[in-house]
Design a protein around this ligand. Structure first.
Ligand code: 73E
Length: 845
């Protein structure tokens, strides 16, 4: 028997795997023949065909799942026996990506599995490509949730993620004549090997209906809710495997079904379609992820999604508490809050507050004060954005219709808050009452709305922003009055990323180099990478480091060719902007500079410039017209530039379709330059900035979000900072920003924008790119693209010159990798634990 030998970097006794290669092979073959049918065993099979690879991917995943499920069961037993406090992370989004490679790395089974599959005639990396991305999120917020789950399990904390089991995750993207086209994501068309259905934890969720005041014997009245409809929530658990730890936690995703499958009477009467109506209506609730990033969707279905998910999760949290500790009574209040923390990932799960209150009051016979005190100890809220269009406000009328009982509770919370707390601080001050009320009274034809963020701040014991500058702005600009009222409530937890997925698994060449250089488990203790600083000027090390970057660039070059047909040279600078498409992220600032470079090259083909490839990846929300126009413009400009022989390949532009986690894993290890050029004050944190820097890309960016903290870590010599600061943006707004001044005073800006009006980039269709120009001039350029153009362009020039000094650039790249220790999501989680959740770890040791 060959037992697994682990390298010194990643072994602890708690994580002993007893699976050997012979056993693994048997299990994979068992799943191939027994679970997946007999298409393969003993036949002469085509190992190159996709169907075969898919079957082997599936069988390998199932074989691994046996190990994982056992660890999950042991973890749950251990957590229950230790009676430790747990955190319940409530998020409408989880951007998990693929799981096979990550789970293998976290279990330290990657190498052995690679060998077994090789003996069967397959490349593991190739098989991993067969898995679908779990794209149950839009962007940074959902990916942060996924990184946090990884860290919680890695650090042996008792945690449960709660979310929605969307049938369709984020749409797939392709381009037709440069335009974004969306098609549905079918991640579990043929099922998913990772999920475990838990029918025993099904929940029934009431909604709609009416309330009445029922007189009580003591003369008081009680509110009784008679629901008009019931939904059924069925949970699917996805195991979350900690890295080199004894813990496997779960992500519990709720699928919505009808309370009963179909109407027998209608069916028997021959009305077959109508018989299924109920089912169809219920299934819609968990059918699809809303594809809006940083934009609150106003539809009733989204509201019901939020409620459904919150109600299922809160009931499940209580049920699990009761299963472990017995009945939940008012006397247990203190105990409950000493065992349960609930984190709200933005305001999307706010209704959980009302649902917990409702259950305590109506079903557990709590008095108001007992229920409210408990809620306030349990909840905490993370704010992820200051953008007004992303701040959720639901019409009171919608609340009244769908959740009449919850609305009465909300009113009572508001009344007590305004009459007691606000009045104590600002006596008889109607302006303050109006500013802080949970209800936005509307006025002048505007309907009354519920400010979800206010409810979150009032009900939570802690509220955090996601990077220092963002948290400061939450205090000063978003919630200044709340900060006056409760000076200790608002705090900061800077985001982080898991180094397991974002270095160890996605960049095996660099990982191997780090393993050989650093005598510690750097994928856990990321600050250990700072030891590399000593080698930043070492010629041999520079050579090795940059050689790896080059190999990663060669691999990406092939991917670019396969996906777009465009040929790029791995010797050029790979300049990467990958993130959702949004005006505030300013992909169009990047584009404007590309157009300026192109223009300069046409004017002077001998211009001194090191070849640069600009690589984009971004999805636009389907309803966001200007974002789609920007994608179209980048694609059209790319077409023209890439086919213009006059510029001798000095400039190339690539827009990779269908940007997602698994594509990010290929782009990030190959990036030289990381574009982080949001308008200062608009990007709360960013996390792509951390992933790129960790993989040795040098940032060109504004002093926004976590860029500021990245600059602090790497030092100003190792980052290219440009653009206005937060204060300068504010000053510009106060003094009246006029983009046409920049247009008239900067000849290059004018020429580039006017070029967009011609048919140069869209032959025969003059004006097709004009919406970009219009948004920057007549549209008022709300994100200050023109104000930052010159500074950005100057920084790009410096960067291009810096790259030509190979030693200087290698030093910068190495120091970026070396100095990213702070941005380990394990550190973020330890910050949450210390300041907000107060958990203790439970491991097998
Ligand atoms: O800066 C990012 C941040 O890094 C921020 O824009 C993003 O959250 C990341 C993680 O903290 C974010 N997404 C949303 N709000 N902020 C959002 C809003 C509505 C719907 C979906 C996502």
């Amino acid at each position: 028997m060959v037992t697994i030998t682990k390298n010194i970097n990643s072994n602890t006794s708690s994580n002993k795997n007893t699976l050997d290669s012979a056993m693994l092979k048997v299990r994979i073959e068992h799943h191939l023949s027994h679970t997946l049918g007999d298409i393969i065993i003993n036949n002469v099979i085509d190992k190159q065909c996709t169907e075969t690879k898919k079957a082997y991917w599936h069988a390998t995943s199932l074989a691994l799942n046996e190990v994982i499920t056992e660890k999950l069961n042991q973890s749950q037993l251990r957590q229950s026996q230790s009676a430790c406090k747990s955190v319940n992370y409530l998020s409408l989004e989880y951007l998990m990506g693929r799981l096979l490679s990550n789970n293998l790395h976290n279990l330290d089974l990657y190498t052995i599995t690679e060998k077994v599959l090789k003996s069967l005639g397959f490349e593991l990396a190739d098989l991993c490509e067969q898995g679908a991305d779990l794209a149950l999120g839009n962007g940074g917020l959902g990916r942060l949730a996924a990184c946090f789950l990884d860290s919680l399990a890695t650090l042996d904390y008792n945690a449960m993620g709660y979310g929605i089991h969307y049938q369709h995750g984020l749409f797939k993207q392709h381009f037709a004549d440069g335009h974004q086209v969306e098609t549905p994501d079918m991640w579990r068309e043929f099922g998913s090997p990772w999920e475990i259905c838990r029918p025993e934890s099904t929940q029934l969720i009431p909604l709609y209906g009416h309330i009445e005041e029922v007189p009580q014997a003591d003369g008081s009245t009680e509110t009784k809710w008679t629901a008009g409809k019931t939904l059924k929530g069925v949970p699917y658990d996805i195991p979350i495997v900690g890295y080199n730890s004894s813990t496997v936690n779960a992500l519990r995703l709720w699928q919505c079904r009808a309370d009963s499958a179909f109407d027998w009477d209608k069916f028997n009467n021959g009305d077959y379609l109508m018989a299924l109506e109920q089912q169809v209506h219920a299934e819609i609730v968990s059918k699809v992820l809303y594809p809006n990033d940083e934009h609150a969707a106003g539809q009733e279905l989204r509201f019901i999604q939020q409620y459904f998910f919150c109600a299922c999760s809160v009931r499940d949290i209580i049920k699990r508490y009761q299963a472990q500790y017995g009945a939940l009574t008012p006397a247990q209040s203190e105990h409950f809050s000493s065992k349960v923390a609930i984190q709200l990932n933005d305001t999307h799960p706010t209704i959980a507050i009302l649902e917990l209150m409702r259950l305590l009051l109506d079903e557990f016979q709590f008095q108001w004060q007992d229920a409210w005190q408990l809620a306030r100890k349990v909840f905490a809220y993370t704010n992820h954005t200051l953008l007004p269009e992303a701040l959720e406000k639901w019409p009171v009328k919608l609340f009244e219709r769908v959740l009449p009982r919850h609305l009465t509770i909300l009113y009572r919370i508001n009344e007590a808050f305004l009459n007691e707390e606000v009045n104590a601080m600002w006596p008889n001050n109607d302006n303050m009452r109006r500013a802080l009320s949970i209800i936005d009274e509307g006025g002048e034809g505007n309907e009354r709305k519920v400010r979800m963020a206010h409810l979150c701040v009032i009900a939570s014991h802690k509220v955090n922003g996601v990077a220092q500058v963002h948290s400061d702005l939450v205090k000063s600009d978003l919630f200044p009055e709340f900060n006056q009222l409760w000076p200790k409530k608002l705090t900061n937890v800077t985001n982080g990323i898991t180094p397991r997925r974002w270095l160890k698994a996605c960049n095996p060449l660099l990982s191997a180099l780090l393993d050989s250089e650093i005598n510690a488990d750097w994928a856990k203790e990321l600050t250990q990478l700072s030891l590399l600083s000593n080698k930043a000027d070492n010629a041999d090390f520079q050579q090795q480091f940059m050689q790896i970057k080059h190999q990663n660039k060669v691999a990406l070059t092939k991917e670019i060719k396969a996906l777009t047909g465009i040929t790029v040279s791995p010797d050029a600078i790979f300049d990467v902007q990958i993130k959702r498409l949004h005006e505030y992220k300013r992909q169009h600032l990047n584009l404007l500079h590309i157009i300026a470079l192109y223009r300069r090259l046409l004017a002077d083909p001998a211009m001194e410039m090191y070849p640069q490839v600009f690589i984009f990846g971004a999805k636009a929300a389907p309803g966001y017209k200007l974002a789609k126009d920007i994608i179209f413009a980048i694609n059209k400009v790319a077409d023209k530039i890439n086919n213009d022989t006059r510029i001798h390949d000095k400039l190339k532009v690539v827009f990779l379709p269908n940007y997602r986690v698994s594509l990010a894993e290929k782009i990030i290890p190959a990036a030289d330059v990381s574009e982080q050029i949001s308008t200062a004050g608009k990007e709360a944190s960013g996390t792509g900035n951390m992933k790129l820097a960790l993989n040795g890309a040098v940032t060109i960016g504004t002093l926004d979000g976590a860029n500021i903290e990245i600059a602090e870590e790497v030092g100003n010599d190792n980052i290219f900072i440009c653009g206005l600061t937060v204060d300068e943006v504010k000053a510009l707004d106060q003094n009246g920003y006029n983009p046409t001044d920049y247009y008239h005073n900067n000849e290059e800006i004018k020429a580039c924008l006017d070029w967009l009006d011609s048919d140069y980039f869209t032959p025969g269709h003059a004006g097709a790119l004009s919406p970009i120009k219009e948004s920057l001039l007549a549209g008022g350029d709300p994100y200050k693209v023109l104000a930052d153009f010159q500074s950005y362009s100057d920084a790009q020039n410096k960067l291009n010159v810096a790259y030509q000094d190979k030693k200087r650039w290698a030093r910068m790249a190495i120091l970026n990798t070396a100095l990213m220790g702070k941005f380990n999501s394990d550190r973020s989680i330890e910050d949450y634990i210390a300041n907000i959740w107060q958990l203790t770890p439970v491991s097998a040791n």
